[in-house]
Design a binder for this molecule. Structure first.
Ligand code: NI
Length: 139
């Protein structure tokens, strides 16, 4: 179990003012929680640098389902990696476009490979991997 430590941070006044404006816009009511979130985000980013680290992420894809064989290719890829893909949300955005959000869990290297394979598939208009964590190792 870890205790609570108090630290003092010396920071340029103008920089602090900008930081306060930023966190106020984002809804933080105090600096401490904003600092903690910045640190957690850096730690999560760092985890992803180790290919064997256990991670969680989401892959967002936008594509036109009329593109020949595209839906089939994306489905084939998802079946290939079915052990790592926990859930898929599909939204028909309009007559042509589909949005898919996949929740992916596994080793960082595998999750990135899945995301790259899906996003680089010809016909995918936009794709993004969002990295996060199971939260187990963060306070
Ligand atoms: Ni659709």
């Amino acid at each position: 179990m870890s205790g609570l430590s108090r630290i003092g941070v010396a920071i340029d006044s103008e920089l602090l003012e900008k930081f306060d404006q930023l966190i106020s816009k984002r809804g933080y009511t105090n600096r401490s929680e904003a600092f903690r979130d910045l640190i957690r985000d850096e730690l999560v980013q760092k985890t992803w640098e180790s290919p064997d680290a256990a991670v969680v992420g989401t892959v967002t894809l936008v594509y036109d389902h009329h593109v020949r064989m595209l839906s089939e290719k994306l489905t084939d890829l998802q079946h290939e990696f079915h052990r790592s893909i926990l859930s898929t949300l599909h939204v028909h955005l309009d007559h042509d476009n589909c949005l898919e959000v996949l929740v992916v869990r596994g080793k960082a290297g595998v999750v990135e490979k899945i995301a790259d394979a899906l996003i680089s598939t010809k016909g995918v208009k936009h794709g993004r991997l969002t990295i996060t964590t199971s939260g187990a190792e963060l306070k």
